[in-house]
Design a protein around this ligand. Structure first.
Ligand SMILES: CC(C)(COP(=O)(O)OP(=O)(O)OC[C@H]1O[C@@H](n2cnc3c(N)ncnc32)[C@H](O)[C@@H]1OP(=O)(O)O)[C@@H](O)C(=O)NCCC(=O)NCCS
Length: 333
């Protein structure tokens, strides 16, 4: 194999549905036994966005992707791979990545989905990095996109207040410079704890012989308290491991941490435990709630567009969620 290439971040984009859903809507419109105060103090979330009729993971993802292409100065024809991470695909098949490929008007390139819940974007980033590093793709588009509002049980106050819809995207490109871009990615899973967060399939799993496949329209379920503990433990481990990785890579340190936007108290607990400086953390969960696979790329795009993260900065992205899965990436801009 020829020499491995550097994998640089060349563009970011995001798309949030226009419809803003403040916490009060759960009490005023949905008659849920909760309060704005409870949601704000227990989660940090003030509002989230919900998709309107006609908006889907593919449509939001395509807009985010177009913005990522524009920000990097790419045309659709420049892209040779699309990886899409979503837990709420438009269809079980074809992949949402194929729908995005068609919407963008890309060439006949590989396009596939990744299912790793809230870690999906980092799993996608890892898959795309292998293509670019080995020369199999020059420019790869990675999209994290969700319409979680479509799988929420609006009678369950434990779960429905936590999530929102949106999409984020990045372009990774081959680079002759080895010390920019993706420096390190770590991925983990523990399927023995699969029951803690689940989005059911739209078809009955393991139907009895002879039974017809019935549509199964059920809802996202979480065991919040246990997921909370898992998330803090893994986030602490990921930050501490990344600090060791930075030393091994001779990087001066982490300039910004972009964590999965799940609950402000999870982030606070991990920061306290690791003594990671709060001013280096990108948080936008107050505006969007937990957008699962979209949360890290949306926060990354906002930080880039605001000029908060600059060339030369080293970013640590961390995510955790259903699977269970957890993951991190170190990236130098
Ligand atoms: C869900 C979550 C916000 C709950 O916060 P918490 O402080 O752990 O609260 P608990 O689960 O201990 O519940 C405390 C009480 O608040 C109640 N409660 C839960 N949701 C509520 C709501 N929206 N409004 C009011 N009360 C609520 C519970 O019923 C419980 O009441 P009880 O003591 O009478 O049983 C928190 O556990 C969390 O963020 N978990 C991770 C979320 C997740 O799974 N994300 C997806 C994967 S990354």
């Amino acid at each position: 194999m020829s020499q491995l290439l550097g994998v640089a971040l060349r563009g970011t984009g995001s798309c949030l549905p226009a419809r803003v859903v403040p916490n009060d809507e759960f009490t005023d419109t949905l008659n849920l036994d909760t309060t704005d105060e409870w949601i704000r103090t227990r989660t940090g979330i003030r509002e989230r966005r919900f998709a309107s009729l006609g908006e889907t993971s593919a449509s939001l993802g395509a807009i985010a992707a177009r913005r990522a292409l524009e920000s990097g100065g790419f045309d659709a024809a420049d892209i040779d791979l699309i990886v899409c991470a979503t837990a709420t695909p438009d269809l079980m098949s074809p992949a949402t990545a194929c729908l995005i490929q068609a919407a963008l008007g890309c060439r006949h390139i590989p396009a596939f989905d990744i299912s790793a819940a809230c870690s999906g974007f980092l799993y996608g980033l890892s898959a795309a990095t292998q293509f670019v590093r080995t020369g199999a793709a020059k420019n790869a588009l990675i999209v994290g996109t969700e319409v979680l509002s479509r799988v929420l049980d609006f009678t369950d106050r434990n779960s429905c207040i936590l999530f929102g819809d949106g999409a984020g995207a990045v372009v990774l490109s081959a680079s002759p410079v080895p010390d920019v871009g993706i420096r390190n990615i770590r991925l983990y899973s523990d399927g023995t704890r699969q029951q803690l967060i689940q989005v059911p399939s739209m078809v009955t799993p393991n139907p009895a012989p002879g039974a017809s496949l019935q549509p199964r329209l059920e809802y996202l379920r979480i065991v919040g308290r246990e997921v909370f503990r898992f998330a803090v433990t893994r986030m602490v481990e990921l930050i501490e491991q990344a600090e060791r990785d930075c030393r091994e890579l001779n990087l001066p340190g982490i300039d910004f941490l972009i964590p999965h936007q799940v609950n402000g108290r999870i982030i606070d607990a991990a920061l306290e435990s690791t003594q990671f400086p709060r001013e280096k953390v990108v948080v936008n969960l107050d505006k969007y709630g937990n957008t699962s696979a979209a949360s890290v790329p949306i926060a990354l795009d906002e930080a880039m567009r605001a000029g908060r993260c600059k060339p030369g900065d080293t970013l640590l992205l961390v995510a955790f969620g259903g699977g269970l899965t957890w993951s991190s990436a170190i990236l130098t801009l």
